[in-house]
Design a binder for this molecule. Structure first.
Ligand SMILES: Nc1ncnc2c1ncn2[C@@H]1O[C@H](COP(=O)(O)OP(=O)(O)OP(=O)(O)O)[C@@H](O)[C@H]1O
Length: 358
């Protein structure tokens, strides 16, 4: 049996790095070759100092690959200078086109068992933070997870998941997704020049979404999480009409104004006949990193009460924590770490798996 490059990369993505991330999510593997049972690759550090700091990682990488069936020998070279990163072939595929007509009602995405849309009535309530952390938490619990950043006007998943590489499309038809923290991911932000989408009109946006669902090689997934733009616009409408969704998660802060907006999102899903899997309260309680004192900055419990009123499941409270914001900005979602704040996301993931939703 010959080992595949995908199996090797999967094993290498389990090798953590000092400072967070892993060999694959931080894009350090170069020149990976397999000849019979012999695997060779280069770990390319950013500088000679970084290469020294990665010394123990080289041994761990070798051991991780050696454990794979079909591997007889592993040769790892650590370099700080090269070979230079081969830029991914720029996709000749043009993203953003008029959607093609579709026969019948909402359709499945090939190979994907469930699709969960993460929505919010207004911006800034933490929808992207919840999407990335939930995706990583589900992957840590053994699910095959995809994350599609469909927030066309403010794609934040590349930053939150720590990826910046432009995905390749060698044949101009299929887009190869990226891997980060055990999650297969794709963001509209990785395919566009800055500000390109801002001028798009409805049909272009719908075409782009259709391409991201249908032309990305998602592979076999237990669940695909879609990070939607805030509000109730073209993307939400197009997604619900064209794609079979398992359901939507609606994120809100406990504040009245956010809840009012959340109600608009809930109304929209009800009209579109998309089941709402539940409501999530983000920025629920602030825990001071210095003294541990808990403060309810935006109030507390409002989303749970609203869910009860509407007869919808309440899926949990996520704390407002400096570490959550810092982790998101650093490209290593808090759910990928062993910090106490990861717990709430692990619980959310566990609940969705137990309910057959992920
Ligand atoms: N629980 C939290 N604790 C601390 N900071 C948070 C939390 N949730 C979100 N944030 C921070 O708040 C900001 C907005 O979050 P995020 O981008 O996830 O919101 P959004 O609803 O997706 O916004 P957008 O309208 O841009 O789509 C980010 O800087 C994020 O790091």
């Amino acid at each position: 049996m010959t080992v595949t490059k995908e199996e090797i990369l999967r094993a290498l993505s389990g090798v953590g790095l000092p400072g967070g991330g892993d060999l694959v999510s931080r894009d350090l593997i170069r020149a990976l070759t397999v000849e019979g049972g012999v695997v060779r690759f280069v770990i390319e550090a950013e500088s000679p100092e970084a290469a020294r700091a990665l010394g123990p990682v080289s041994g761990a990488a070798e051991a991780a690959v050696k454990r794979l069936a079909g591997v007889d020998a592993v040769q790892v070279v650590m370099t700080a200078h090269g070979p230079a990163a081969k830029p991914a072939a720029p996709p000749s595929l043009k993203i953003g086109q008029h959607p093609t007509p579709q026969q019948g009602g909402p359709q499945k995405v090939s190979g994907v068992d469930r699709i969960i849309a993460v929505a919010s009535g207004k911006g800034g309530v933490g929808k992207s933070t919840v999407s990335s952390n939930l995706a990583v938490a589900l992957a840590r619990q053994g699910r095959r997870v995809g994350l599609l950043d469909a927030d066309i006007y403010g794609p934040s998943q590349p930053r939150m998941m720590g990826v910046s590489k432009r995905p390749a499309s060698p044949d101009g038809k299929i887009i190869e997704p990226l891997q980060a923290h055990g999650v297969t991911m794709m963001s509209i932000g990785l395919m566009l020049k800055e500000d390109e989408a801002v001028i798009w009109r409805g049909p272009m946006i719908m075409g782009a979404l259709q391409q991201l669902l249908g032309q990305v090689a998602w592979g076999k997934l237990d669940v695909l999480i879609i990070d939607l733009p805030p509000g109730t616009g073209d993307i939400q409408l197009s997604l619900a009409q064209r794609t079979q969704l398992t359901g939507a998660l609606v994120v809100s802060t406990p504040q009245d104004v956010a809840l009012l907006d959340a109600r608009k999102a809930l109304d929209m899903f009800s009209k579109l006949k998309v089941p709402v899997l539940g409501l999530i309260e983000n920025m629920s309680t602030f825990c001071c990193p210095n003294c541990g004192h808990e403060t309810q900055i935006f109030g507390h419990g409002g989303v749970k009460a609203e869910a009860a009123k509407l007869g919808l499941p309440f899926l949990g409270e996520l704390p407002l924590a400096l570490s959550v914001r810092q982790a998101g900005d650093a490209g290593v979602p808090i759910a990928a770490t062993d910090a106490p704040e990861a717990e709430a996301y692990a619980r959310l993931a566990k609940g969705l798996i137990a309910g057959g939703m992920a």
